[in-house]
Structures are given as structure tokens and as C-alpha cells.
Design a protein around this ligand. Structure first.
Ligand SMILES: *[C@@H]1O[C@H](CO)[C@@H](O)[C@H](O)[C@H]1NC(C)=O
Ligand SMILES: *[C@@H]1O[C@H](CO)[C@@H](O)[C@H](O)[C@H]1NC(C)=O
Ligand SMILES: *[C@@H]1O[C@H](CO)[C@@H](O)[C@H](O)[C@H]1NC(C)=O
Ligand SMILES: *[C@@H]1O[C@H](CO)[C@@H](O)[C@H](O)[C@H]1NC(C)=O
Ligand SMILES: *[C@@H]1O[C@H](CO)[C@@H](O)[C@H](O)[C@H]1NC(C)=O
Ligand SMILES: *[C@@H]1O[C@H](CO)[C@@H](O)[C@H](O)[C@H]1NC(C)=O
Ligand SMILES: *[C@@H]1O[C@H](CO)[C@@H](O)[C@H](O)[C@H]1NC(C)=O
Length: 490
């Protein structure tokens, strides 16, 4: 036996001994019964739940060991105390995995509770549970996608030990209390998709350890505070879908080294898109859509080589658009600005992994045959509505084999619709207001949405579920939902 063999043998027996000790400890922990306070706290929580259609809590049976066999209950390893409550609904795949009711105040008996995770249970209602203020070790609060209402308590700052506060997806109203600034250990603050009003408190700047700040989908107003120089660790900033106005504050530039998600869409922000955004080398997603940004897109955007999602749609932006260098862009939306791009830019055609390309009303005047994407495998959505694109879409739609939707309304497309071959996944086709001719082929009846109105189509329609407005304004289309064909006719 050589030395190395001996060595490995000896270390594996060491591991064996460790394993045995571990098993013993584990056994001891799990063999003991639930701490009576924890059992009372958990059963109190259960009694606050009025409806549990999928039986999430059916294993919570008095007298059995809550550490051992209660779904969603986790205990501290070396003590017989409950550490986490982790209950999650899978409402997309199993719609019955919900809980209705309120969070019972007896939860405060679970003295060493560290994490409360009530995720996607949909119907947990009532106010923010103030009983949580009596849990000194509570570090993680996730009450996401439920139905909490009322205000966030004024004294929320008393939960000073919190690392994460996530109340995303409830119906909370009123302002963000300024005492929130006392939660200085917070790394994540997520209050998105509620009904919060007022302005963002300046005092939020004290939360220097934040990596994730999400307030999107509320009714917050005023300017975005110019306080970002204190947030040197921020990776995600989500402020979309509020009523923010004013400019993008200059201090956001200090986030350049690390910020990955900057989402400011659907507000009333104005002014120019700042030059410094081109320095955000880590940026994955930039959403400035549906605001009132004016001027040009800064040339510095050439340097956003790693951006995956860029949405500048629905602003007042003008030419020239910088020649980007975006090897990995996945989704691009420049629609509904004041661009006159002329052509679909080369850097778009050469991007290999675009799945969503939206260039509606971008002043594009070209033959669609001249758009030759280098790779079409990933394309799911193409929207080039409202341009002056001519030619036949047959070749492009033939190449984009996995395409799900093509929106080409209001162009100068001219081809025989019967020549169109639609891929297996194709669902949405809008070719209205073009010069498409021929018959409407049977292959369109399986689509979810179709619009071929205002073209030069003719002949009997195949039987479909589409309304008349999908077909009106053609030369001689007939049959349901349009008036019947003439007997002697086509
Ligand atoms: C856990 O509880 C379930 C019923 O909820 C039971 O079928 C199962 O045997 C229990 N497991 C243990 C290890 O006690
Ligand atoms: C939330 O609560 C309100 C009022 O109590 C109720 O009308 C609504 O249906 C609830 N929504 C959900 C998803 O439970
Ligand atoms: C609970 O928090 C206290 C201080 O607040 C700390 O001393 C103790 O170690 C914590 N207990 C556990 C199990 O985390
Ligand atoms: C921020 O986090 C660091 C460690 O990650 C910690 O040392 C520091 O105390 C935290 N800052 C505040 C204000 O809590
Ligand atoms: C891109 O980044 C380089 C290096 O940081 C810099 O020198 C250059 O000016 C930037 N380009 C633009 C257009 O801002
Ligand atoms: C469409 O694709 C099929 C098969 O891939 C090919 O035979 C046909 O020529 C193509 N048609 C056009 C117009 O590109
Ligand atoms: C089809 O397009 C026309 C004109 O663009 C529009 O008026 C009509 O509502 C659309 N119909 C459907 C079903 O989308």
C-alpha cells in the first residue's frame, strides 16, 4: 500500500466518523419534540389560515414534531427551535396552492424565527403583521404576491436587524415611511407592485448596503432622489411604472461599475439620456421606455457591448442612433420615437441572438429582402409596423423558423399571401395596411391573432374565429365573417 493510498483511506475514515457524529446530532435534534412555544406559534399561524385548498399545512399536526415533518418549517440545526417558515404557492402550475387568511399574532411566540417566506400564496390578507416586531432574530421577510393591505407601519425601522424586506405584489397603500432608513443592514428592499404613494424618502440613502432596490409598479411621484452616490453595491434598480418626473439624477453615474438592471420605464421622466450610461459596463437591462426623453441617444452607448435588453421605445428621441456593438443583445425596442433610421441597422442584423426585435415607426425605408439577419434561430418577435418597408416577407418568415409573431402593419409589403409558410410556433400575424394580394390560406386559421385588413386580397375566406375587422378593406374577400360570396363568383 503506497502512502497516498493510505492517506486517502485515513481521510475517508475521518469523514465516516464525522458523518456518524452528524447523524447522531441530527437524530437527537429531530428526535426531540417541537418546542412548545414554537408549536403554539405555528398552530396559531395555521388557525389564522381560513382556506388551504392544496393542504399545504396538513402536516402541521399537534403533538407531532414540527422540526421533523411539518411542511415548510425548518429548525436551527443545534437547537430545537424553529428558524424558517417557508411556504410557497406554485400558482402557475398548481393554481390551488394558495392560502387565504391572515397572519396570526401568535407567530411572535416563535422567538428565534429568522426567516418568514410567504411566497405567491395569493390570498394572505390583513395589514402588515406588527407581531413581527417581537421577533428579535427575524432577518428575512418575504411576503410576496399576496394580498396585504393598509400602510407599511410608521415604525418599520424598528426591525433594524433585517437583511431583506420584500413586500412585492400586495395592495399596500400610503407612503414609504421614512423610518425605513433605520434598516441599515438591508441588502434588499422590494416594495414593487403595491399601491404606494408619495415621494421616495431622501433618508433611504442611509441604506448603504442595498444591492437590490425595487419600487416599481406603484404610484410614487416627484423626482428620483439624487442620492445614489451612497449605494456603491447596488446591482438592481427598478423604478418602472410609477409617476416619477424630472431628469435621471446625476448620482446614478456612481453605480456604473456594478449596476446590472436599470429599469425606469413607464414614468414621466424627461431631459436627455445622460452620456454616462455608456459607462455602465455591467449593464444587462436598460429600460427607459414610455417616458419623455428627448435629444439623441448618446454615442457612448457604443460601449454597452454586454447589454442584453435595451428598451428605449415610446420617447421623443431623434437621430442619429449610435452604431452599437452588441454581440449578445437579446431584445431591442426602439419603437415610437422620432427616429428616421432609414435601414434596419447593420449592428442589428449581425447580432446573433436577438429574440425580440421591435422597430415600429422608426422611419425605415428599405426592401425587406435587404434585411439579412446573420442568424435567425432565436427570433421570436419582429415588429416593424409603421415604416416604409417594401418587398416580400415570404423569405424572412421562411428563414425565421421559430418565429412567434410578426407585426408589419402600415408598410409597403407586396407579396402573394398564399406563398407564406408559417413555422410551427407562429401565433400572431399583422399585415394590415400593405399591398398583400392573393387568397387567405387555410394555414392562418390556427393563429391566435391575425390582421390582413386593408390589402388587396380576394376570394373565399377559410373558416376561422377571427373578427371581420381582421379582413375588411380588401379587394374582394368574401365569406364569414365578411358577407357571403356570390354564388356565381370566385
Ligand atoms: C410525515 O407526515 C406525513 C403525513 O402528513 C406522513 O405520511 C409521514 O409518514 C410523516 N413522516 C414522518 C417521517 O413522520
Ligand atoms: C384581496 O382582498 C380584496 C379585499 O379584501 C378582495 O376584493 C380581493 O379579491 C383579494 N384579492 C386576492 C387575490 O385575494
Ligand atoms: C438571536 O439574536 C441574538 C441577538 O439579537 C443573538 O445573540 C443570537 O445568537 C441569535 N440566535 C440565533 C439562534 O440566531
Ligand atoms: C454593510 O455590510 C457590511 C458587511 O457586508 C457590514 O460590515 C456593515 O456594517 C454594513 N453596513 C451597515 C451600515 O450596516
Ligand atoms: C468607450 O470606452 C472607452 C474606454 O473607456 C473610451 O475611451 C471611449 O471614449 C468610449 N467611447 C465612447 C463613444 O464614449
Ligand atoms: C422556404 O423554405 C423551404 C424549405 O426550407 C424552401 O424549399 C423554399 O424554397 C423557401 N421559400 C422561399 C421563398 O424562400
Ligand atoms: C386590424 O387592423 C386595422 C387597421 O390597422 C384595425 O382598425 C383593426 O382594429 C384591426 N383588427 C384586429 C382584429 O386586430
Amino acid at each position: 500500500m503506497n502512502l497516498s493510498h493510505f492517506h486517502s483511506l485515513s481521510s475517508s475514515s475521518t469523514i465516516f466518523i464525522f458523518l456518524s457524529i452528524f447523524t447522531l446530532l441530527h437524530h437527537k435534534t429531530n428526535g426531540a419534540t417541537c418546542h412548545p412555544d414554537d408549536e403554539a406559534g405555528l398552530l396559531g399561524f395555521k388557525s389564522g389560515i381560513k382556506s388551504d385548498p392544496s393542504g399545504l399545512l396538513k402536516s402541521w399536526i399537534p403533538g407531532t414534531d414540527c422540526c421533523k415533518n411539518w411542511t415548510g418549517v425548518e429548525c436551527h440545526f443545534d437547537q430545537n427551535r424553529v428558524m424558517n417558515i417557508y411556504l410557497t404557492g406554485q400558482t402557475t402550475t398548481k393554481p390551488e396552492t394558495t392560502l387565504s387568511g391572515t397572519i396570526s399574532p401568535t407567530i411572535s411566540k416563535i422567538k428565534l424565527l429568522t426567516g418568514l417566506y410567504l411566497l405567491d400564496l395569493k390570498h394572505i390578507s390583513g395589514n402588515f403583521p406588527t407581531s413581527l416586531f417581537n421577533l428579535p432574530n427575524l432577518t428575512y421577510i418575504y411576503i410576496q404576491n399576496n394580498n396585504l393591505s393598509g400602510r407599511i407601519p410608521e415604525n418599520i425601522g424598528n426591525l433594524a436587524q433585517l437583511d431583506v424586506l420584500s413586500l412585492t405584489g400586495n395592495r399596500l397603500t400610503g407612503p414609504i415611511p421614512s423610518s425605513i432608513s433605520q434598516l441599515t443592514q438591508l441588502t434588499q428592499l422590494k416594495l414593487g407592485n403595491n399601491l404606494l404613494t408619495g415621494t421616495v424618502p431622501e433618508s433611504l440613502k442611509n441604506l448603504v448596503n442595498l444591492t437590490f432596490l425595487s419600487l416599481q409598479g406603484n404610484q410614487l411621484q416627484g423626482t428620483i432622489p439624487n442620492f445614489f452616490s451612497s449605494f456603491t453595491n447596488l446591482r438592481t434598480l427598478e423604478l418602472s411604472r410609477n409617476k416619477f418626473s424630472g431628469n435621471i439624477p446625476i448620482s446614478i453615474s456612481t453605480l456604473a461599475p456594478k449596476l446590472m438592471y436599470l429599469e425606469l420605464g413607464h414614468n414621466s421622466l424627461s431631459g436627455k439620456i445622460p452620456d454616462f450610461l455608456g459607462k455602465f459596463r455591467a449593464l444587462d437591462t436598460l429600460d427607459l421606455s414610455w417616458n419623455k426623453f428627448t435629444g439623441t441617444v448618446p454615442g457612448s452607448f457604443k460601449n454597452l457591448t454586454k447589454i442584453f435588453n435595451l428598451d428605449l421605445s415610446n420617447n421623443l428621441l431623434v437621430d442619429p442612433f449610435p452604431e452599437m456593438n452588441v454581440k449578445g443583445i437579446e431584445s431591442l425596442d426602439l419603437s415610437n420615437n422620432r427616429f428616421n433610421l432609414g435601414k434596419i441597422p447593420k449592428w442589428v442584423a449581425s447580432s446573433p441572438i436577438i429574440y425580440s426585435l421591435r422597430l415600429a415607426n422608426c422611419g425605415i425605408k428599405m426592401k425587406i429582402e435587404d434585411f439579412k439577419p446573420s442568424e435567425t434561430y432565436f427570433y421570436d418577435f419582429i415588429d416593424v409596423s409603421g415604416n416604409e418597408i417594401s418587398g416580400s416577407a415570404i423569405g424572412l418568415l421562411n428563414r425565421t423558423e421559430y418565429l412567434v409573431g410578426f407585426w408589419g402593419a402600415g408598410n409597403k409589403l407586396r407579396f402573394d399571401l398564399e406563398g407564406l409558410r408559417l413555422g410551427q410556433r407562429f401565433k400572431y400575424l399583422d399585415l394590415s395596411r400593405n399591398s398583400v394580394f392573393g387568397k387567405v390560406p387555410k394555414s392562418v386559421v390556427g393563429l391566435q391573432k391575425l390582421n390582413v385588413s386593408y390589402n388587396h386580397l380576394c376570394g373565399q375566406l377559410p373558416q376561422s374565429k377571427f373578427p371581420a375587422s381582421s379582413f375588411v378593406g380588401n379587394d374582394c374577400l368574401c365569406g364569414s365573417p365578411l358577407p357571403p360570396c356570390k354564388k356565381s363568383g370566385v
